[in-house]
Write a protein that binds this ligand. Sequence first.
Ligand code: HEC
Ligand code: HEC
Ligand code: HEC
Ligand code: HEC
Ligand code: HEC
Ligand code: HEC
Ligand code: HEC
Length: 419
Amino acid sequence: MCGVHYLVQWSRGLFGLGQSFILLAATAVSVVVSSAASSATDEPPQSAVASLKKESVAEAAYVGDEDCRSCHQNLVSTYHLTAHYITSRLPAKDSISGKFTAGSNILATLNTNLFFEMDATEQGFFQTAVMRQSPTDMVYRAERFDVVIGSSRKGQTYLFWKGGQLFELPVSYWVGLDEWVNSPGYRDGSAFFSKGVTPRCLECHATSFKSLTPPLNRYDKTSLVLGITCEKCHGPGGGHAARYRAQPPPKSPSETAIINTARLSRDRQIDLCALCHSGGSPLPSVPSLSYKPGDVLAKFLDIPIPAPNAHVDVHGGQVHLLKRSRCFQSSETMTCTTCHNVHTPQRDLATFASNCLACHKVERCGVFPKLGHEIDGKCVICHMPLQPTDQIISSVNGKQLQPEVRNHQIGIYPEVHLP
Ligand code: HEC
Ligand code: HEC
Ligand code: HEC
Ligand code: HEC
Ligand code: HEC
Ligand code: HEC
Ligand code: HEC
């Protein structure tokens, strides 16, 4: 966090503060031009990234979702609406949730000499930090939104490229407030542009990429396949597609040439989800992307198992928490897909409750004698309550923001009541 280091990259301009909001438009444009100029040498245009996607996955007989679409049209259409698929995207008007309109595009900070402005320009979308050095002297730094992370159920964080390295932008977006906020973990009142993005972040939020370490945040830009695609969970599908295009079609499941996770053992099924839903960001023990569904995850990732009474954060901790539930421990079949169909968005809590009824009777519930059928369809509210995470803390106006996540330790929470 060396201020001097990044100040070198700041540009300087002379503006009276009273005029700064008006003049900033001009400021941003001049920065945009220089940033676009530098990117001409070391950054391919966004459209090139998109068109290269297919080539880079093709190497390993990965064919991409559009190929699956020719035979699994409905699955692909509904899957493309899910949080998994849109969890990382290129920047565009409809992928960035924050507003760029005048008045809604400023994030003031606790430091009265610093604010951020978000601009949509012809060269792209930019975040500019504006720091007042003296009443007449402003320094500013602008960086482009290059990658959008987050489906916007809760929020989004943005990344930018600099010389082949990927960094996090200081301003994020918060759905609950519909506002720009300081990025999680960033000190309100600072303008920090040097937080590198580790491979683990992309492994959970994208499909594939090529690392060019060192440093840890250097990548082959053209290799980045954004969104979580079909083959992340089913393995390479090139052979499968070819098999079904040939006649006659396969006669037995062993000939389908693709992984149907439903036929894996319970442990291997959970391993697939645990790749991204077992909390923290443990460092991979071997190159992380070599894990394929069906593999034993522990051979690829060193995921610490929390001690029985240790606190497990609700964010990303679904696997550890579910495993602590009596439902999971006392049944031999429960997996994540007992309740989740990952091929389509699922939002209705009553539909989730119907999954409980596969194993429980409403009458078994301890509060049934008192509340009767008022509890129908509401099991999840009391037995998997929403709780704040301690792992993603952002701030705005000096206030701390913590998203609420459903606790997957299905259990008895006497303090929770129906609204
Ligand atoms: C040429 C047509 C075709 C293409 C292309 C295709 N599939 Fe299939 N796939 C089928 C058919 C037919 C079945 C069997 C019926 C079903 O489950 O829909 C099938 C079954 C599957 C199964 C279940 C396999 C099993 O053993 O139970 C999975 C998983 C699957 N496809 C995934 C994919 C993915 C991922 C892609 C894209 C990479 C893809 N498919 C591309 C035709 C195709
Ligand atoms: C170990 C896997 C993992 C890593 C590493 C990880 N995330 Fe996440 N992230 C998740 C999961 C899982 C969720 C959503 C589920 C939850 O909250 O439990 C999520 C949620 C988010 C969300 C909120 C999305 C929304 O709208 O709800 C954002 C933004 C986000 N992550 C950004 C990042 C960034 C940026 C990085 C790296 C710098 C990162 N995450 C690292 C797994 C991960
Ligand atoms: C997040 C992981 C994940 C992603 C992404 C994913 N699937 Fe699946 N898929 C699964 C799981 C898990 C199952 C097994 C479901 C079960 O246990 O009932 C499955 C089952 C299937 C089946 C067999 C269906 C059946 O009823 O037996 C097909 C076909 C399939 N997926 C195709 C696709 C296609 C096409 C895509 C992309 C549009 C896709 N999947 C994306 C996890 C995933
Ligand atoms: C490659 C990493 C990865 C894998 C594998 C993965 N997930 Fe996720 N999952 C994520 C991320 C990241 C998010 C958060 C997406 C967002 O909101 O931006 C997420 C979100 C979800 C959500 C919330 C979706 C919503 O719309 O609220 C569910 C449910 C979920 N995952 C279940 C599963 C299950 C079940 C499996 C295993 C079959 C699985 N995931 C495998 C990374 C993964
Ligand atoms: C695959 C079957 C299965 C499913 C699905 C299931 N459970 Fe359970 N659950 C069990 C078993 C088995 C037990 C332990 C024996 C018992 O109490 O019946 C249990 C125990 C419980 C307990 C007692 C927990 C404790 O710590 O004492 C609660 C509460 C509960 N389940 C609620 C739910 C709710 C709510 C859902 C849906 C979100 C659900 N269960 C889904 C099988 C399941
Ligand atoms: C007994 C049913 C059940 C099982 C089993 C289950 N979930 Fe969930 N899950 C739910 C419910 C209910 C929600 C809340 C949906 C909502 O609020 O929209 C949820 C939400 C989620 C979310 C979004 C969390 C949030 O609040 O943003 C993720 C991620 C997730 N589940 C992953 C998993 C994974 C991974 C597994 C397996 C380890 C799993 N789930 C097993 C019922 C279940
Ligand atoms: C208003 C909150 C609330 C709702 C809604 C609710 N429960 Fe419960 N449930 C409880 C509480 C509290 C207990 C513990 C009561 C006690 O032990 O005195 C409990 C106990 C249970 C138990 C454990 C019983 C035992 O003998 O250990 C099961 C199983 C259960 N509920 C299932 C369900 C199912 C299924 C639903 C949805 C149809 C549901 N609950 C809806 C609050 C709720």
